[in-house]
Design a protein around this ligand. Structure first.
Ligand code: FES
Length: 182
């Protein structure tokens, strides 16, 4: 019974016209559909913020590949999200150079400031914490990527200020959007 309900809800999601059009375009560039797996998952995430079971099923059905194949790709890549994430993605680098230069303290402070563990999202849905391997800025280690902004030579004592400033920026953006819509 549980499975049947799940299947029914999984069948409820359909890819939009735009999504199907982008998929068709991607599939033209690969000899087999599974070559487009990552791009297809990224495309779903671009429109929905994450990849739900329902979208995974819709994608697999449209691409005519097994759901399990798409799921294993989504699980392997830690930047494909299988559950909703916050407005801001916080990625401390846990690569070797950053580990040597103080990642552990930066990471600890982030968890303390945000009051979450890795892979979790703050209760207000503002921040999600996901450590990533080498971000390609080893000479500036330890580094911290928040959305598209790379913070270099991060001092754990500055984490509170960094998070506070991202939070305030987010609040002011939301206020501006609210005022525009009024
Ligand atoms: S190990 Fe952190 S940027 Fe390379």
């Amino acid at each position: 019974m549980v499975n049947s309900n799940k299947n029914q809800s999984m069948q409820a999601v359909q890819l939009s016209e735009q999504e199907r059009s982008e998929l068709d375009h991607m599939l033209e560039h690969y000899p087999v559909a599974s070559g487009a797996n990552i791009d297809a998952l990224k495309m779903i995430q671009k429109y929905h913020g994450w990849v739900s079971d329902q979208h995974l099923a819709a994608l697999a059905s449209y691409m005519q590949i097994p759901i399990a194949e798409l799921e294993s790709v989504a699980t392997f890549y830690n930047l494909i999200f299988r559950k909703p994430v916050g407005d801001h993605l916080v990625h401390p680098c846990d690569g070797v150079s950053c580990a040597v230069m103080g990642y552990r303290k930066v990471h600890q402070q982030l968890k303390q400031t945000l009051e979450i563990n890795d892979g979790e999202t703050t209760q207000d849905n503002v921040f999600t914490l996901i450590p990533l391997p080498c971000l390609g800025a080893c000479d500036k280690a330890p580094v911290l990527l928040i959305n598209e902004t790379l913070h270099e030579n991060v001092n754990p004592d500055h984490i509170d200020d960094i998070i506070q400033s991202v939070s305030e920026h987010s609040d002011s953006e939301k206020s501006a959007i609210k005022m525009e819509s009024e």
